[in-house]
Design a protein around this ligand. Sequence first.
Ligand SMILES: CC(C)(COP(=O)(O)OP(=O)(O)OC[C@H]1O[C@@H](n2cnc3c(N)ncnc32)[C@H](O)[C@@H]1OP(=O)(O)O)[C@@H](O)C(=O)NCCC(=O)NCCS
Length: 174
Amino acid sequence: MRVEVERGAIRPLDPASEDEIDWVARGMRQTLIEVEGEAAGTALYTLGWLRDRVRFHLDAHQCTGQVWVAEAAPGVLLGHTIVRVETDDTGRRFGLFSTTYVAPAQRRGGWASQLLRQGEAWMRERGLPEAATWTSATNTPLIRLYARHGYAETADHVHEVTATRMVRLARPLA
Ligand SMILES: CC(C)(COP(=O)(O)OP(=O)(O)OC[C@H]1O[C@@H](n2cnc3c(N)ncnc32)[C@H](O)[C@@H]1OP(=O)(O)O)[C@@H](O)C(=O)NCCC(=O)NCCS
């Protein structure tokens, strides 16, 4: 489903487009570099692994998920968010924002908020009672973005590889 917004559109990634899969994988890598620094960000995952991670979210046999992209004009991508259904330790299903990225030149234009709303709508359509994401405790832009949309910290842990403190941000979905 394509959703027209003020200056473009939010739509599902085209699963037949290797260029779009590559664009999202590169955004995931850029996110790691921004959050963890150049050395750790590039060492954590190869671009090939990140492309496979995008494909995993598009494969209904492996995952109930979706990759949403934002475009200013047809085919001109500027951001993405990846969502999937997860199950917690008690067996309860919830919606997870796996990752979100907006190209630097387009930031503070409301695109991440649009992607967040679209991800929540996708989760509501599946009857999920809660939306959540994990991020580094130092990622102020993302934490403020989610706070603005009513999310609160519900858990934390220290990342086993990077030793970064990670926080879980969540909100109930009406
Ligand atoms: C976090 C990110 C997705 C925000 O994208 P964006 O399109 O600029 O966000 P929006 O314009 O929709 O901002 C919505 C609100 O989020 C908050 N916010 C966004 N960027 C912020 C910043 N740099 N500092 C403080 N608050 C910020 C603000 O409350 C903002 O509302 P306002 O502009 O009216 O004050 C973007 O900075 C990004 O891609 N960062 C790198 C990738 C990343 O860290 N991803 C998350 C990994 S888990």
